[in-house]
Ligand binder design. Structure first.
Ligand code: FAD
Length: 289
């Protein structure tokens, strides 16, 4: 099923993100987490693509498994990094043969161990990849967006101008980078609409449940703003892991309820492959979808 058709038939849409294992021998463990997550009432699940395609075959394996064994529509991520145009064409052939219908088209970032010369041998920007996938045909294409501006962009305005190019190239819907300040999202959504971006924008929410995760994620998210309310929770409970976990879950729930009451198109939970934490959140907000 195309994700654009899910957005057309129901709103808000609820989705999860999972990531493939780095080691092949952990695939079974991830599949079992994915299976548990798929029992929750979601509309689709997305599967990330490792930096430089390092574990891309597991992205494909999980996306196929979701569709074939768990009756859950899947969204396979795909990046420009180190892929030639021919590599991308082969990947699209493979997805098509497996019946994977939805792709999140991304630029990607420089992998830590990248020693080559040409990081983007095929496509430079996600908009170019989006157009290539649309020209290939047969896929619904999503794109990433950044309520607090992508770190390579000089301003939110410039970033939204580029985002418009991605939508014009054929992105059917957008998924945001994680954010912790809903006001930043509302500001971005208004600006995007004024710039002529009218595809569904689903809000990426990351429940922060441990100090390690918080430090790692804030660096990886390009520095998402931490509202003072959240910083207070962190400083109060940083030495009490269970309290921090509960507070992180409660914060995510509050964020989601506020977004839903402000007519967000969808909620995309960054699950970190954790069914237990995810279930706790869904149990509280289930009736709101
Ligand atoms: P783009 O849309 O290409 O934008 C990148 C930068 O280039 C922006 O600053 C933009 O303003 C600028 N730009 C775009 N077009 C132009 C143009 N024509 N001229 C000049 N500047 C331009 N990474 C992974 O490796 N694997 C994943 O699975 C993955 N999943 C993600 C999922 C989501 C929801 C998000 C938000 C990010 C994900 N990422 C993933 C990270 C992503 O690859 C990085 O954030 C990357 O830096 C940008 O990717 P993009 O697709 O947004 O790039």
């Amino acid at each position: 099923m195309y994700i654009k058709d899910i957005f057309a038939s129901k709103k808000p849409v609820l989705s999860f993100e999972v990531f493939p294992p780095k080691q092949d021998q952990e695939l079974e463990k991830v599949l079992s987490a994915v299976e548990e997550l798929s029992l929750l009432p979601i509309d689709y699940m997305s599967v990330t693509y490792g930096a430089g395609g390092s574990n891309s075959k597991n992205t494909t394996a999980i996306a196929s498994y979701l569709k074939d064994h768990l009756s859950t529509p899947s969204l396979a991520h795909l990046t420009c990094v180190t892929n030639t145009r021919e590599d991308i064409r082969q990947r699209l052939e493979e997805y098509k043969a497996l019946g994977i219908e939805n792709i999140l088209a991304l630029r990607g970032d420089r992998p830590k161990d990248f020693a080559g010369e040409d990081l983007f041998p095929g496509y430079q920007y996600a908009s170019e990849l989006t157009r290539a996938i649309r020209d290939f045909g047969g896929f619904c294409v999503g794109g990433a967006c950044y309520p607090e501006c992508h770190p390579n962009s000089p301003s939110l305005e410039a970033d939204i101008e580029n985002l418009k190019k991605k939508v014009d190239a054929g992105a059917d819907f957008l998924v945001t980078q994680m954010f912790f300040d809903n006001e930043a999202f509302y500001h971005f959504r208004d600006k995007a609409a004024k710039s002529g971006i009218h595809v569904p924008i689903t809000a990426g929410i990351m429940p922060l449940t441990s100090l390690n995760q918080i430090q790692r994620m804030v660096i990886n998210s390009g520095g998402a703003t931490m509202p003072s309310k959240f910083v207070r929770i962190l400083s109060k409970y940083q030495d009490n892991p269970e309290a921090l976990r509960q507070a992180g879950i409660a914060y995510a729930v509050e964020q989601i309820i506020d977004l839903l009451s402000n007519d967000v198109d969808g909620i995309h939970l960054y699950t970190m492959n954790r069914p237990k934490t995810t279930r706790k959140i869904i149990d509280v907000i289930n009736a709101l979808f």
